[in-house]
Design a protein around this ligand. Structure first.
Ligand SMILES: C[S@@+](CC[C@H](N)C(=O)[O-])C[C@H]1O[C@@H](n2cnc3c(N)ncnc32)[C@H](O)[C@@H]1O
Length: 224
């Protein structure tokens, strides 16, 4: 299920692109485009991944494939693009639940709640303003247990000192709809997270906001 406008943000992840994703995005773009080494993302997983975990927008699945997952993990992958689901599943020697779905649309309310949800490098792929992207956060807040944690990352577009490669990537990705983050600002991210969670930490590394949000607010947990 998707809306027309969200397709562009998920479309690039063909089987071929996913094969070079770890080199191009995880190594080159992170280090020289956004100036945020992959260790920062791995640390988020090591610190926050829980027993029942929902991975939103796994892409190549590099993070899950490179950390020691909890032995008892129950893992669900959600992505608009089936290639990302299949590619990640093929890297993990686990039984998984795969959900092909647009994170901007409500999730099935009958799915059991999660202890942790990761949403890395997905918000900057979504079209629109924070008010639109925040729908994804509302949908995910509803999937968490009351003690659950949401963690993730996104490239901020406003008031940033971009490297030359960062400028080129920002221009090209926004032009073709791969990114929709030209108007994504840091105060806006903090605001939409704080409206939905009681405890929010946002840390900037290079041009990347790394965030951890706990205790989904009661109104955010309620079904529409
Ligand atoms: C840039 S990759 C991120 C991969 C990985 N999480 C990482 O941190 O490197 C974005 C992923 O989000 C997925 N995606 C983009 N828009 C989406 C949407 N509206 N709903 C669900 N998944 C989406 C893409 O298909 C892709 O797998």
């Amino acid at each position: 299920m998707s809306t027309l406008s969200t397709r562009a943000g998920a479309a690039p992840y063909t089987k071929l692109v996913l094969r070079v994703y770890d080199l191009w995005v995880v190594l080159i773009s992170n280090n020289y485009g956004w100036r945020c080494n992959r260790a920062h993302f791995s640390d988020l997983y090591r610190q926050h991944i829980g027993h029942r975990h929902l991975e939103v927008g796994p892409g190549s699945g590099w993070a899950l494939a490179n950390i020691d997952l909890p032995a008892d993990i129950e893992l669900t992958l959600l992505d608009l693009n089936a290639n990302s689901l299949d590619h990640t599943a093929s890297r993990l020697n686990l039984s998984l639940t795969l959900i092909e779905h647009d994170v901007l649309l409500p999730l099935n309310a009958s799915v059991d709640k999660f202890d942790s949800v990761a949403i890395n490098y997905v918000l900057h792929c979504l079209p629109g303003e924070w008010s639109t992207k925040a729908t994804a956060l509302t949908n995910l807040a509803r999937t968490l247990t009351p003690e659950g944690v949401l963690f993730g990352s996104t490239v901020i577009g406003v008031d940033q000192n971009f490297s030359v490669l960062g400028k080129v990537l920002m221009f090209a990705y926004n032009k073709f709809g791969v990114f929709g983050n030209r108007r994504d600002d840091l105060p806006g991210l903090r605001r939409v997270l704080s409206e939905r969670f009681e405890h929010v930490e946002v840390t900037m590394v290079g041009n990347v906001a790394l965030f951890v949000a706990r205790r989904p607010r009661r109104h955010a947990r309620a079904s529409p």
